[in-house]
Design a protein around this ligand. Structure first.
Ligand code: SF4
Length: 488
C-alpha cells in the first residue's frame, strides 16, 4: 500500500492541536517581524521553548530592532539571554549581526536561503525556519526529527538532513512545506521518540511501515491512548556514566537528545560542575542539579530536569554518605524523584557493613518522603543484583560484592515492603543487564549484571507506564534504564 503523506499529515494536524505552539511560530504570528523571528530562531537552538520565550522577551524589551541591538555589547547580551543553550556563542552572533545586516543587506533580514546562511549563527535549518516563519515563503526546515521520521515512513530514503530537504522539495506537496517542521518536531518529541517510540499507542500505527524502528517492549494498558498525550507521561532515565567528563567528550548532548528524557539522573559523575564544559554544565533545555563528592574525581550524582523542581534536597543528613555525593532528590507537584548511587561493598567486602547502613538510611529517607502523601520514584545504581536472573553467572558470584546474601536480603525486604522493581513489573526473563565488566568482551557476550533500577513506592503502581533497559546505548560500562511515569 503506498504511503499517503497527506492523510498522515492531516492526522498529525489533529493530534498536535493540543500540543504547545513552538516559540518561533508564536513570535512569527505575534510580530510578523523577520528580525524577531531570526533572533528567536538563533536563541531557540538546543534550548527549551519556555527558556527561549523568556530570554527573547527580555532581549526584545531592550533591542526590538537591529539598530537597537547594535547598541548592546556582548556581555550585556549574555546577561539578557542567559540561560539559553550556548548563550556565550549566541551573544557573540547577535553582537555581530547588526553590522552584517547593515553592510550586506541594507539593514534588512534577507529572505533567500543562500543569503541567510551567511549570517552568524545561521545554518541551513535556521535559514529555512526564518524563511518559512519570518517571510511565509515556501521552505522546508529539516531537523533531526523531520529527517528521522520521514525515513521511518519510507517517504524518503536519505542519509543526511540536507538530502532529506532536497528529496522533500521534489515530492512533498507545497502546502505542507512550512508546517511540516512544527508537526514532526512536536510528534518526534512526544509519540515518535528517537529511542523507544510509542508505536503501540501511535495513531499512525496502521499506516506506518516502521522502517528501522525497534518497537518498545511493554505491556499496553487500557489507558494507552491517553498516555500518548505528551503531558501525561514523564520519561525518566537513570544512567551511571562512570565519569561525566569522559562522556562529555563523546557526544553527551547528542546522546541526551536521542534519549529524550524529561528527567535524567546520572551517577558516578566524578566531577565538579566547574570541571565540565559549558554545554554539559548547562545542558540546553534542562535545569541542571549537581551533587558532587567532596573528594575530587570520585562518586557524585546529578539530575537534569526539563521542569524546574519545586524543591531540591542534597543528601540524606548523614555526613558519611553526603560527603560522597550519593543522594540527590527533587520534589515536584505530586512526586519526589530520588537519584541514588549506592556504595560498592568492594571486592574484599570491606565496605559491606557501610553499604548496609547506607541501604537502611536511604530506606528510612524514602519512607519519610512517602509519609508526605506524594509518590516516590527512586532510581540509580543500587550496586546489587537481586536474584539469579539478574546476573549472567550467579553460581560463580555467590558471596561476591553485589551478590552477597546480605545485600540480596536487604533488597528482598525492600521489595517485600511493597516497593516495585519497575523493570520486573513487565519482564521476568533472565538476560537483561545494565552493567558489564570492561574485561573479556563481557558486553559483547552479554555477561552482565542488572544493578541499575527504577523503583516506585507501593501506592504508585498505577502510575507506571513502561520500563526498559537501553542496552544498546554506549559510553559507559553501564547502560541507561528507563521509567515512563504517569503525571497529572
Ligand atoms: S508507528 Fe511508531 S515509528 Fe511509526 S510514526 Fe508511530 S511512533 Fe513513529
Amino acid at each position: 500500500m503506498p504511503f499517503d503523506i497527506e492523510q498522515v499529515l492531516q492526522i498529525l494536524e489533529q493530534e498536535v492541536q493540543s500540543y504547545q505552539v513552538p516559540v518561533v511560530d508564536l513570535i512569527a504570528v505575534q510580530t510578523h517581524d523577520p528580525f524577531k523571528v531570526l533572533v528567536a530562531t538563533i536563541l531557540s537552538a538546543r534550548t527549551r521553548d519556555e527558556v527561549t520565550a523568556t530570554a527573547a522577551a527580555r532581549l526584545f524589551a531592550k533591542a526590538p530592532t537591529s539598530h537597537a541591538l547594535a547598541a548592546l555589547d556582548e556581555n550585556t547580551l549574555q546577561r539578557l539571554i542567559f540561560p539559553v543553550g550556548f548563550y556565550k556563542s549566541k551573544a557573540k552572533y547577535l553582537a555581530a549581526l547588526p553590522a552584517i545586516l547593515d553592510q550586506e543587506f541594507g539593514g534588512q533580514v534577507p529572505e533567500e536561503i543562500e543569503q541567510l546562511i551567511t549570517l552568524p549563527g545561521v545554518g541551513r535549518k535556521t535559514a529555512n525556519l526564518v524563511r518559512a516563519q519570518g517571510f511565509g515563503k515556501h521552505a522546508i526546515c529539516v531537523d533531526t526529527h523531520v529527517h528521522r521520521i520521514m525515513n521511518i515512513w519510507g517517504y524518503v530514503q536519505t542519509a543526511t538532513p540536507l538530502q532529506t530537504e532536497m528529496a522533500l522539495r521534489d515530492k512533498l506537496p507545497p502546502q505542507y512545506w512550512i508546517r511540516v517542521n512544527s508537526l514532526l518536531v512536536a510528534f518526534g518529541q512526544g509519540t515518535c521518540r528517537p529511542i523507544g517510540p510509542h508505536c503501540e499507542i501511535c495513531l499512525l500505527r496502521s499506516l506506518c511501515p516502521q522502517i528501522g524502528v525497534t518497537p518498545r517492549k511493554r505491556n499496553p494498558t487500557r489507558s494507552d491512548k491517553q498516555d500518548a498525550k505528551q503531558a501525561g507521561i514523564k520519561r525518566m532515565i537513570s544512567w551511571n556514566v562512570n565519569g561525566l567528563r569522559a562522556v562529555a567528550k563523546n557526544g553527551f548532548s547528542e546522546i541526551v537528545q536521542d534519549l529524550a528524557p524529561d528527567i535524567l539522573a546520572l551517577q558516578e559523575i566524578k566531577a565538579l560542575p566547574e570541571q565540565l564544559p559549558d554545554s554539559v554544565r548547562e545542558l540546553a533545555g534542562f535545569t541542571c542539579y549537581f551533587y558532587p563528592a567532596l573528594k575530587k574525581g570520585y562518586s557524585g550524582v546529578a539530575i537534569y530536569s526539563r521542569q524546574t523542581a519545586d524543591k531540591v534536597y542534597y543528601g540524606i543528613g548523614d555526613r558519611r554518605f553526603d560527603d560522597e555525593g550519593r543522594v540527590l532528590t527533587l520534589e515536584f507537584g505530586d512526586f519526589y524523584f530520588v537519584n541514588c548511587y549506592f556504595p560498592n561493598s568492594r571486592h574484599d567486602l570491606s565496605r559491606l557493613e557501610l553499604k548496609q547502613e547506607f541501604n537502611r538510611a536511604v530506606q528510612g529517607f524514602i519512607e519519610g518522603l512517602v509519609a508526605n502523601n506524594k509518590s516516590v520514584v527512586i532510581c540509580g545504581d543500587f550496586n546489587v543484583a537481586h536474584t539469579e536472573k539478574d546476573l549472567a553467572n550467579p553460581a560463580a558470584n555467590v558471596n561476591n560484592a553485589g551478590f552477597t546474601p546480605e545485600e540480596r536480603q536487604w533488597m528482598d525486604a525492600y521489595i517485600a515492603g511493597g516497593w516495585i522493581d519497575t523493570f520486573r513489573h513487565y519482564n521476568q526473563e533472565p538476560g537483561h543487564y545494565s552493567w558489564w565488566s570492561y574485561r573479556s568482551r563481557a558486553r559483547e557476550r552479554n555477561i552482565g549484571w542488572r544493578i541499575d533500577y527504577f523503583f516506585v513506592d507501593p501506592a504508585s503502581r498505577a502510575r507506571i507506564v513502561s520500563a526498559e533497559i537501553l542496552a544498546d546505548v554506549q559510553g559507559s560500562d553501564h547502560c541507561p534504564v528507563v521509567l515512563d511515569f504517569r503525571v497529572p
